[in-house]
Design a protein around this ligand. Sequence first.
Ligand code: AVJ
Length: 322
Amino acid sequence: MTEPELDVHSEPGDLTEALRTDVRSGFSAAQKWLPAKWFYDARGSELFEEITRLPEYYPTRAERETLDREAAEIARVTGARTLVELGSGSSEKTRLLLDGLRAYGTLKTFVPLDVSPAALTEAVKAIQAEYPGLDVRGVVGDFTEHLGLLPGQPPRIVAFLGGTIGNFLPADRLKFLRSVRDVLTAGEWLLLGTDLVKDAGTLMRAYDDAAGVTAQFNLNMLRVVNRVLGADFEPGRFAHESYWDAEHEWIEMRLRAREDMTVHIPGAAIDVRFDEGEYIRTEISAKFRPAGVAAELAESGFTLERWWTDGQNRFGVSLAKA
Ligand code: AVJ
């Protein structure tokens, strides 16, 4: 089968440049950090898929339970002709929405957008094969930058699932929600998945599984920096940690230096010194309360029309109208 054509909004050169910028600023900060989007090269996307099947990682299953139960209702309420999925990855849960919208009869176009061309290519191929007649337009891009360029006829529904909105710091989250609102026309839709605050043990285990898959996923970011910027990180000299920040109500993923070292990053023209015990923050994954989600959607110009959770109240799904 021929490779599907993707609409590429970020060229490989842009990605290198963006990583260089993030590495330079993140590694010169007092608390070293890198943005979570750098997990997702081909291997990172595969490792994330593996995470979604782990017994400890409940968000995927909890969200799927709700989407499975409510897909027909989402189709009925929205009558969407276009489904846009931000950060779609393998588009696995998307099938529930596609099935619901196709059965209702309104859906014409599916627009998956992802930073990983590899993950997107596989997803587009699979969806095209499974949904003949559906117009599938894969977009390679960063949803914080490439929202204005999305194709498809209204009414559109933008799905931002999995709790990925939790990767934004609160101020960036509002900016992002407003930017989604701005590209939509009044009467179009946002479907938003948010992981909910719960006991610290459940949260910590979800980000530090017994099989060590999340550790490999976390360490993969160092491999990405090595490959793209020619750095000489030795992943074995860093330890994976998950940390529940009870004040901010977010999980942090960290890579802690096991010893003193200097890492060379020629592609960013810097050497970075690590003291033993120092860590890089690689992700925040915010957890939400229902009232907080409602307030942030209202503040961003959306009207919350439906709110659902799974049977154990672990994960929230909002359907909001622009
Ligand atoms: C894909 C951002 C929703 O925050 O739970 C999984 C990524 N990080 N395990 C999350 C992730 C560690 C995931 N999101």
